[in-house]
Design a protein around this ligand. Structure first.
Ligand code: 5GP
Length: 201
């Protein structure tokens, strides 16, 4: 995106003319890789980083608090948010919808607060289009074997379901090429440290 003098503008589609100092960062990666564990680590240790709270139609899991992990909403409320253009991006995942409320992101980025979105790969692609200078970080498993171990860990799914999940995971790992940087999830502590360094650079 460029302004009239040909200079690249910072997230103009998102911020609509307000020049913020902070860069929007997106953390994405294959399901099961540990993104939400990384975000939980940041929530505990870095109150200076703002973590976007998504809306979702999925019901809460035990221990999840409305307004902390997600805003849990009905299908009808989600439809309204989409119709009113109140979501920066949204995607369907495993039968539920997930989206990022636009206004809080605009507010933080305009105020110069470092902001992080933890979203799926399709959502990351949409942010790339809406905010071309967002930093897209891909979280990768330490190895393919490790991801297989995590996805088959429960041992409850039939072989064809596991095969399908692994096929999806292979595609998701392939999508890593579209990102600005890849962090390998060898340890949550290391990933948090590397992510903070990137956000504060
Ligand atoms: P879970 O149901 O396990 O909390 O999340 C399922 C997937 O949805 C994860 O890959 C997570 O990153 C993704 N997700 C969470 N919030 C959002 C969002 O606002 N937008 C998009 N596109 N994906 C999201």
């Amino acid at each position: 995106m460029t302004d009239s003098s040909g200079h690249r503008t910072r997230g103009a589609a998102l911020v609509q003319g307000v020049a913020g100092d902070a860069r929007l960062t997106v953390l994405s990666g294959p399901s099961g890789v540990g993104k939400s564990t990384v975000v939980a680590g940041l929530r505990k240790t870095r109150p200076d980083i703002w973590l976007s709270v998504s809306v979702t139609t999925r019901p809460p899991r035990p221990g999840e608090v409305d307004g902390r992990e997600y805003h849990f909403v009905s299908e009808g409320s989600f439809d309204q948010l989409v119709e009113r253009g109140e979501l920066l991006e949204w995607a369907s995942f495993a039968g539920y919808r997930y989206g990022t409320p636009r206004a809080p992101v605009v507010e933080r980025v305009s105020a110069g607060v470092p902001a992080l979105l933890e979203i799926d790969i399709e959502g990351a692609r949409q942010v790339r289009r809406a905010v071309p200078d967002a930093l897209l970080v891909f979280l990768a498993p330490p190895s393919w074997d490790e991801l297989v171990r995590r996805l088959t860990g429960r041992g409850t799914e039939p072989p064809e379901v596991i095969a399908r999940r692994l096929e999806l995971a292979a595609n998701e790992i392939e999508a890593g090429r579209e990102f600005d940087i890849t962090l390998v999830n060898t340890s949550v502590k290391d990933v948090c440290r590397q992510l903070v360094a990137l956000m504060m650079a």
